[in-house]
Design a protein around this ligand. Structure first.
Ligand code: RFL
Length: 406
């Protein structure tokens, strides 16, 4: 392992059975599962609590994930406030194609903004269950991962001192830019895939312009419309990777959205102030296995899926349920099967969702690739989706996350 031994500034190390690095959906869900079983843990988070409770990101949550949260007492607000989505719409060549996945399957999506879920999870963990968390920590480092007594050190934001925490398990939930992935041993395999496109991710202070998610397939590039709430709508515009968000003025954004999402039989989009504007380079990676000795990775730290099919947070929750339950079994009953099977059980779903994202990416981006062959096959996929009940059923299953065992 690339972890080191370390002497802290403080004379005595803190002790927790589990240290979780990162307070996103994955880390906070695991922390809640542990606390509910009276297993102590410490969550170390780089940002402030206010920041993570406002950070806009995901919105679409799959039914099995909500069920998992509900069974763990973590979905009360979500069930009260989330919207149910039952259909989506493809706009191709100025024509609209409705896709009612609930009609086909009886199942739906929940839409609940990620910052609300994170707020619920922090409250449940820190305020209700009294769990330990340090916000604003700096320079987290992992130590002695190849021993039975690993440790994590960090710089305390208040005192500036380096603190050491001894533990039995280190849980890396620090997302795509975290530090725990840098402690992987050389035999860890990281598979990567780059779509070669960027998405300008936008949040607009405006009500949705349609009652459902809309995918615009256009020769100028993909555009997406994702309702988030009555006041806020997420939009996406395909752009070159690494594009400067500042080159996208308010007028340019709305002109491009109107062009790529326009149809003859719908009123124009309702414009509004853009409250988030950032370019995401569309790429994926998967770390295999997701566990190395006493280090376990979960969520985006272990695997990134570009937000093409809205799968990342769902995968983070799936990992969290399995890892939380596995840690509880090990630490309260001495049963190791859950932890031993953790990586393989997660990776089945991870690869299933990766494959679907790749399929969908070609549908979104083929038409604007400049390659007539790719454009032709992308349109063939869409025609099959709109005309073949078997293709439609298969798409609905994957879109809803029903294809993997839940
Ligand atoms: P997170 O949420 O990134 O949380 C990681 C946490 O770790 C902290 N951290 C550190 N803490 C301590 N020390 C360090 N060195 C640290 N480095 C980082 C960070 O501050 C953060 O608090 O990871 P997690 O928990 O794995 O959750 C993953 C999800 O956040 C992610 O997959 C989704 O947001 C992806 N995603 C979507 N997923 C869905 O399932 N449905 C969607 O509709 C959806 N839409 C989206 C998305 C992601 C997007 N962006 C911004 C990439 C839309 C967008 C625009």
């Amino acid at each position: 392992m690339t972890s080191t031994s370390f002497q802290p500034d403080s004379p005595s190390a803190q002790r927790f059975p589990v240290v979780i690095v990162g307070a996103g959906p994955a880390g906070l869900t695991i922390a809640n599962i542990l606390r509910a079983a009276s297993v102590d843990c410490l969550v170390l988070e780089l940002e402030t609590r206010e920041f993570i409770e406002r950070r806009p990101r995901a919105g679409v949550i799959e039914e099995w994930a909500v069920r998992g949260l509900r069974e763990r007492g973590l979905a009360d607000n979500l069930l009260e406030r989330a919207e149910l989505h039952t259909q989506c719409e493809f706009r191709v060549g100025g024509r609209r194609h409705r896709f009612s996945y609930t009609e086909l399957t009886g199942h739906h999506h929940y839409v609940y903004p990620q910052p609300l879920l994170v707020t619920d999870l922090v409250r449940a963990y820190a305020d209700v269950r009294g769990g330990a968390v340090r916000f604003g920590v700096r320079d987290v480092r992992l130590h002695d991962l190849d021993s039975d007594r690993p440790a994590v050190s960090y710089s305390d934001p208040g005192t500036g001192r380096r603190e050491l925490v001894r533990c039995e398990f280190v849980i890396g939930c620090d997302g795509a830019r975290g530090v725990t992935r840098t402690a992987l041993p050389p035999h860890a395999r990281i598979s990567r895939q780059d779509y070669g496109v960027g998405w300008l991710a936008l949040l607009a202070e405006t009500p949705p312009s349609s009652d459902c998610v809309v995918f615009g397939i256009h020769p100028r590039g993909f555009a997406g419309h994702m309702p988030r709430s009555a006041e806020v709508t997420r939009y996406y515009l395909q752009c070159p990777p690494g594009d400067d968000p500042e080159s996208w003025s308010h007028d340019r954004v709305w002109a491009e959205l109107r062009e790529r999402l326009g149809t003859d039989d719908r009123p124009p989009l309702t414009e509004g102030r853009l409250i988030e504007k950032r370019v995401l380079d569309m790429h994926n990676y998967v770390v295999e296995p997701m566990a190395f000795g006493r280090l376990f990775l979960a969520g985006d730290a272990a695997h990134l899926t570009a937000p093409i099919a809205a799968k990342g947070m769902n995968l983070a929750l799936h990992d969290a349920f399995l890892l939380g339950d596995g840690l509880v079994a090990r630490l309260t009953r001495g049963e190791s099967a859950g932890l031993e099977g953790y990586s393989a059980a997660c990776l089945d779903r991870v690869w299933d969702y990766q494959e679907f994202s790749q399929w969908l990416s070609e549908v979104y981006h083929g038409a604007s690739s400049g390659d007539a062959y790719r454009a032709g096959t992308a349109l063939a996929r869409l025609r099959r989706l709109f005309s073949s009940p078997a293709a439609a059923a298969s798409f609905a299953e994957q879109y809803l996350g029903k294809s993997s065992a839940s």
